[in-house]
Write a protein that binds this ligand. Sequence first.
Ligand code: AN7
Length: 370
Amino acid sequence: MKRALITSATASQHSESPVWEGVIARYARYLPVSGATPIVTLKEGNTPLIRVPNFVHACGGKFELWLKYEALNPTCSFKDRGMTMAVSKALERGTKVVICASTGNTSASAAAYAARARIRCVVLLPHGKIALGKLAQALMYGATTIAIDGNFDEALRIVRELGETGKVEVVNSVNPARIEGQKTAAFEICDHLGRAPDFHFLPVGNAGNITAYWKGYTEYFSDGRIAALPRMFGFQAAGAAPIVEGRPIEKPETIASAIRIGNPASWHGATNAIEESKGLIDKVTDEEILNAYQLLARTEGLFVEPASAAALAGVIRCAKNHLIPENSVVAATMTGHGLKDPDSALKTSGTEPLIVAPKKEAVMKVMGIY
Ligand code: AN7
């Protein structure tokens, strides 16, 4: 296989390299890769961990809040960490076609990494329920894009059945390589802070990410790299909260289309993380999500998608209920970029551009200066 863009795991195993070569190169010793693994990377990972004091002040908290800004991955969501692993392992096995069901971000990421690996990608999406930017990504990267007249859970069922034929490789988080890649975000947070946070907040949809973070933290703990583990706090949207309700939701609904999921594949992984870490799983309303979404943008200049804001709505709720002790170190994952969903942003901002004549005086007038 002669592809200049694809290196092997050992060739780039210099994890202390000053040049960022992606999460597999950096964390190879914690990942199921070998010299025989052709690494498909778009240099994902190494995302900023940004402290947000203005936001904390606005929600009346007295703790340190750090946001892992996963929007700055190559396809603008956290999915790229898992996808570099899933597509690399698929290529190692000689897979010709990868397939996934998606609420949008997994399909964008799978399509990009498959393009890079020069293999075929097929994505199944719930028709009419995908944020505009994510749909544009799948189409641009050249995935065979199929909209089913049903929701994500139905699409995933079909994908799993197709996986059983052995003709395609499923790259949803039911593929263990995905979880392996995604756990690297927990490593990066610990490497940055020099410790684990006291609490880790994240949105929960199919529950792969909370499972992956907990795996990452526990592996770093076993390796002696951190002295304590965080408590994992997961948040579902109120209309799509199967884990909170303790039963699958047949018709999940939420403005946060990324987490519009009624029967999460990693259900057990989530409940395990919450139990073992003495954490919490709760739900937040669409109103709370949109409030947190706008508050973050306006107080910190950080634009995330509504699903990410579910974690922030959780922070606000916990701050109000005094669940976060003073001086705690809190991390929250901002899973996807705000630009992915321009429709939600335009609706939520509640404002429109001020249209004026092309004259200095007209601009001054609407600015209120004379
Ligand atoms: C922005 O793309 O499930 O709990 O098909 O896109 O690991 O599923 C997306 C999930 C949170 C939830 N935030 O993560 C998909 C998909 C954003 C997301 C989640 C998703 P998981």
